[in-house]
Design a protein around this ligand. Sequence first.
Ligand SMILES: NC(=O)c1ccc[n+]([C@@H]2O[C@H](COP(=O)([O-])OP(=O)(O)OC[C@H]3O[C@@H](n4cnc5c(N)ncnc54)[C@H](O)[C@@H]3O)[C@@H](O)[C@H]2O)c1
Length: 374
Amino acid sequence: MTTTFAVVGLHGYGAQHLGQINELAEAGRARLVGVADPRGGEGARNLPEGTAVYSDLDALLAEVTPDVVTLATPIHTHLPLAERAMRAGAHVLLEKPTTASLAEFERLVQVSDETGKAVQIGFQSFGSHAFERIADIVTSGQIGEVRGIGGLGLWRRARSYYDRSRWAGQRRLDGVEVVDGAVTNPLAHSIASALRIDGSSRAEDVAEVVVDLYHANDIEADDTSAVRLRTTKGTPIALGLTLAAEEPDTKPRILVHGTEGTIEFRYTSDDLVVRTAEGETTETVGRTGLFVNLLDHLEGGTPLLADVRDTGAFMRVLEAVRTAPDPAQVRDDCFTQVGEGPDSYRVIHGVDDWCRRVATELATFSELGAPWTR
Ligand SMILES: NC(=O)c1ccc[n+]([C@@H]2O[C@H](COP(=O)([O-])OP(=O)(O)OC[C@H]3O[C@@H](n4cnc5c(N)ncnc54)[C@H](O)[C@@H]3O)[C@@H](O)[C@H]2O)c1
């Protein structure tokens, strides 16, 4: 069976979608029937020559109804474009973060229910085989009783990252919610993966969320934040996340803290490190791709790995960020500006250690007394 695809949003992460579809096309499982972007197709990476290019999704749907529409567009366009695609009869692969608010998320689920169309959300870490492995390790008693889950994300983003699109780093744009901060977009996988490890992926699985939002960069949204939450199971979860790291690390990590040891999950490379009194073991597990899983779902009923409904708990965190007061500016004496122009970046003094403390002590920056919070 060959499933037809259309890709919407070409000039950013959409290139990854095109790459995945090209691979599936080679394997005879997919066929690209069109793409849409107001910027056209010129210069779009991984776009096969001769593909029909439309200026927007409506123009595409007027000509063709693909089995699947994939969306790699700005956050505030997610709900309207996904709804349009489903109403036209297509399943959807929609990039994370799911939508710009909890109300939009609820609407998206409602449209999926009404139309019977699948919605896979682009949390690719959900395809990691680490979740089953972590559950097995915990059940085995190797790390004792789980007492909480921490998350650590130490990234650095240059000025060019925020300047690439009008919506980048915005909480709102032209009066519309965008919610593009460290917690809700670049490091969103950390939040969603920590919740999934706890088996708490639905909106109703979150009991309490506390957010502590800051920015060192001249943006509206947060670039350095702590999130502390409690799931309805009672698990405390806290994440220290920054895009202004001293020593950036491409591998954000989730820490499952047990009474007898810890499991560290590096979700960008599927590495698992287990530390107990007996020593340390490391293994790398496999991963199932979200596109392959979607095809398996459509062809044979395999459950979706990142069903929209299983992003509800993450959306509770996004909603807490969206409705929180605007992030506080980090004081000038707490960060250094390195360089000038598009490659320049800002580093918050000591932020790596403060993020580590959030992830291990399960408290926010303010609760721990980080200098920029005082
Ligand atoms: N899963 C991941 O790891 C991952 C990584 C990066 C980005 N993303 C997500 O991908 C999405 C896009 O992010 P980006 O960084 O590529 O953004 P971007 O702004 O760099 O690119 C967005 C593209 O969409 C196009 N576009 C804008 N509005 C459109 C519309 N109404 N119809 C069609 N095309 C439209 C733009 O012209 C541009 O080509 C976001 O939701 C982001 O969070 C996911």
